[in-house]
Ligand binder design. Structure first.
Ligand SMILES: [Mg+2]
Ligand SMILES: [Zn+2]
Length: 241
């Protein structure tokens, strides 16, 4: 029996769009966001945006309400529930943040399907401001990967997810992603693993530009319907091997 670990990127993979950009646009932060875009790393910029919302009197609850309206394809939600029901171990590995991801999953009744969410941590401080922090503390433990932003190396996290598995059997990963940050973990996948890049997005382009570097089998998808069909097909295939 093979353990199947399904790892989802979040923005533009699990949800159709980008949660950070959704909040920035919907909550009227576009001008300030573009002003500061070149001066701060993305992660710090989003923390700064949350400070701005707080100064405008917006609460964490207001942000949660905004996140509930983020489009999530119903077929993607169905695929997640089916994969969970089939006994897969589902995880999220995302450069968004804990608050955004948890609020969206809760709203769609998907929280219980995931055993772990690896992302930038958050908390609401005593003044009610949402704070967003880097996943890796770059001053204490630089991850040393030149492919990834300093706050998160998804490849390093993937290695850590794989490491503690006992010798009780085979383990296959199915990794779903779209962005350039998903390329590092894709290179860590083995020939018994699968990568599902979103077609015509940066990860897909990177894989195609150097096909020999990726050991995992590649199965592209374009929308929730294809994601569901291909993911469940792969799970069935691995299960019956
Ligand atoms: Mg993404
Ligand atoms: Zn990396």
């Amino acid at each position: 029996m093979t353990d199947i670990v399904v790892v989802f990127d979040f923005d533009r993979t699990l949800i159709d769009g980008d949660s950070d950009r959704w909040v920035v646009t919907e909550m009227g932060l576009s001008d300030l966001f573009h002003q500061l875009r070149s001066t701060l790393p993305w992660n710090s910029l989003m923390d700064r945006m949350m400070k701005e919302l707080h100064s405008r009197g917006k609460t964490a609850e207001d942000i949660a309400e905004c996140l509930k309206k983020t489009p999530l394809n119903p077929r993607t939600a169905a695929a997640i529930k089916s994969a969970y029901a089939l006994g897969c171990n589902l995880m999220i590995l995302s450069d968004a943040n804990q608050f955004f991801i948890e609020k969206i999953l809760e709203h769609h009744g998907l929280s219980g399907c995931f055993s772990k969410i690896y992302t930038n941590p958050t908390f609401v401080d005593e003044e009610g401001r949402l704070r967003i922090f880097p996943y890796h503390d770059s001053t204490l433990s630089p991850h040393g990967c030149s492919r990834c932003p300093t706050n998160l190396c998804k490849g390093l996290v993937l290695d850590q997810i794989r490491a503690p598995v006992p010798e009780r059997g085979r383990q296959s990963f199915i990794y779903l992603g779209d962005g350039s940050g998903d390329y590092c973990p894709t290179l860590k996948l083995r020939d018994s693993d699968y990568v599902m890049p979103r077609k015509n997005y940066p990860l897909w382009n990177r894989i195609l530009s150097d096909r020999a570097s990726v050991k995992a089998q590649v199965h592209e998808w374009s929308n929730g319907e294809e994601l569901e069909r291909i993911l469940l097909h792969l799970i069935n295939r691995i299960s019956s091997e």
